[in-house]
Design a protein around this ligand. Structure first.
Ligand code: AMP
Ligand code: DBH
Length: 549
């Protein structure tokens, strides 16, 4: 393994104090690996082994499979093309690609250059993308031509008008319209030096709890450690076939153990174009999928569908479920229905990931959200005054460790609130510890809605509602939903002098402002006043408790 070069960590990203970095290196967590070199090594070791299967990515919409050798060559070729367009080390590139092979070609090309992918989701629209591009001062934006019936070239035109730093819109696929196709970039080989392992590799998105989403700076060293740890705990080896069902850019399917963990192990990644059992089950049968990850609502649908499917799901060993709390009743049904081991995962793009162990007692697997990957993950459960609570008491989860960030990217003020002085991340989750050292997620203190694993910052939606001329005030809270776990309810006070508006018109207004569809309130309730706390602040707790009208 190469010796790590001196720290090159970006001044925009708070990093680990030297004594922690030394400790994590000495413990063998940070091994000086980088993503670019990792792919190079795997391609040298087994060039002809399949790395990526894209079932609908072929020229005729048929199956396309790339070997490790081919992925490596493609990443080089694209790195050359991007370099020719002036994209260099440290530049930010917003990547908004669906579950297609190009996603991997693009991110490995950027890793090789040392440019930083900013991982947007296909569901994001003008509001989110223009913000990411402007805030990150992105020089390029990578899109599919279209996906799910939506034309991303139209979105890109709007984004470019709002975010002048974006010099290049690059389109995966042939129909680039006014923009440039990835396939048409120059292919003159270039020599690139590998970025330092402690340099930033990418910016991941936070579900957030504030008006604007925060960007999460992850380094090669720290992220690769989380992959190695995840592979060990999830049993991922070169024999594994991981089905990527959730959006590939999301931290869960990317790293827990996800596509990158699988590639690290030399296994095979199969991309699932849609999460429905109608698409996924035939793929599991045909590709002999061994492991996959789902959010709870999908796990419910799959469990139900598995009891009546004719497809052979016997290759499936492990189903990871996480992103939101999985109910114990639903968890109990997984193993019998799907004939595999359930593994609960409680993770966050900021770092800390907890897994139930494959050999944990069945009761632990269905009743807890697991325990941390690393012996060096430090966990504190505290009260409102940051005082440690006795084991078994529910409190705020704080964490610090070898793959948990010490601060968001370019957010010094927010960081003072989200991290303790000694570097613990305030997760905003309310948890308790069991005697066996497992965590149980009991709730949330952050102002967020967890809509079946999709996180929505209340303040972000409130700001969009407040932009409507008839809206005097708005508060967005979670309400229970039998399928999603939570859905979004917006309580709105209209201006006394305004023309009356309908709930449907307000939803359409928010959607029209270019917000991702999953953030549009599921329900809008008009009211005359909000419940207040003792000191006169709006009590979201009381709003949440309001009867569902
Ligand atoms: P983010 O910070 O946007 O990556 O979202 C991570 C958050 O998702 C965590 O802080 C939790 O609130 C939530 N989460 C993830 N996995 C689980 C789980 N298994 N159970 C309950 N909540 C979860
Ligand atoms: O919800 C998440 O962000 C999440 C869930 C499971 C995550 O980031 C992860 C595993 O790595």
């Amino acid at each position: 393994m190469s010796t790590p070069s001196p720290s090159t960590v970006d001044a925009d990203a708070p990093t680990w104090p030297a004594e922690f970095a030394e400790r994590y290196r000495a413990a063998g967590h940070w091994r000086g690996e980088t993503f670019g070199a990792m792919l190079r090594e795997r391609a040298a070791a087994h060039p002809d082994r399949i790395a990526i299967v894209d079932p609908a990515g072929g020229p005729d919409g048929g199956r396309r499979a790339w070997t490790y050798g081919e992925l490596d060559r493609r990443a080089d070729r694209l790195a050359a093309g991007l370099t020719a367009r002036g994209i260099g080390r440290g530049d930010r590139v917003v990547v908004q690609l669906p579950n297609t092979a190009e996603f991997f070609e693009v991110v490995f090309a950027l890793f090789r250059i040392g440019a930083l992918p900013v991982f947007a989701l296909p569901a994001h629209r003008e509001s989110e993308i223009a913000y990411f591009c402007s805030f990150a001062e992105a020089v390029a934006y990578v899109i599919p031509a279209e996906h799910g019936g939506y034309d991303y070239r139209t979105l890109a035109a709007v984004v470019c008008a709002k975010a002048p730093t974006v010099r290049h819109v690059l389109v995966a696929g042939r129909d680039a319209g006014a923009f440039e196709s990835l396939a048409d970039l120059p292919a003159e080989p270039v020599t690139l030096s590998e970025p330092a392992p402690d340099a930033l590799a990418f910016l991941q998105l936070s579900g957030g709890s504030t008006g604007t989403p925060k960007l999460i700076p992850r380094t090669h060293d720290d992220y690769i450690y989380s992959l190695r740890g995840s592979n060990e705990l999830c049993g991922v080896t070169e024999e594994s076939v991981y089905l990527c069902v959730l959006p590939a850019a999301h931290n869960f399917p990317l790293s827990s153990p996800g596509t990158l963990g699988t590639l690290y192990a030399g296994g095979r990644v199969v991309l699932c174009p849609s999460p429905s059992p109608d698409t996924a089950f035939p793929l599991i049968e045909r590709e002999r999928v061994t492991i996959t990850g789902l959010v709870p609502p999908l796990a419910l649908v799959w469990t139900e569908a598995a009891t009546r499917t004719a497809h052979d799901l016997s290759s499936l060993d492990v189903l990871l479920v996480g992103g939101a709390k999985f109910s114990e009743e639903a968890a109990r049904r997984v193993a019998p229905a799907l004939g595999c081991t359930l593994q609960q995962v409680f993770g966050m793009a900021e770092g800390l990931v907890n897994y139930t162990r494959l050999d944990d007692p069945a009761e632990t697997i269905v009743t807890t959200q697991g325990r941390p990957i690393s012996a060096d993950d430090e966990i504190r459960i505290v009260d409102d005054e940051d005082q440690d609570l006795p084991v078994g008491t529910t409190g705020h989860l704080l964490t610090r460790g070898p793959y948990t960030i010490r601060g968001y990217w370019r957010a010094p003020e927010h960081n003072r609130r989200s991290f303790t002085e000694d570097g613990f991340y305030r997760t905003g989750d309310l948890v308790r510890l069991t005697e066996s050292g497992h965590l149980v997620v009991e709730g949330r203190a952050k102002d967020q809605i967890n809509r079946g694993g999709e996180k929505i910052a209340a303040e972000e939606v409130e700001n969009h509602l407040l932009a409507h001329p008839a809206v005097h005030d708005a508060n967005v809270v979670a309400e229970p939903d039998p399928y999603l776990g939570e859905r979004t309810c917006a309580y709105v006070i209209l201006r006394a002098d305004a023309e009356p508006v309908k709930a449907s018109a307000l939803k359409a207004f928010v959607r029209g402002r270019g917000l991702a569809a999953y953030k549009v309130p599921d329900r809008v309730v008009f009211t005359d006043a909000f419940p207040k706390t003792g000191v006169g602040k709006v009590s979201k707790k009381d709003l949440r408790a309001a009867p569902a009208a």
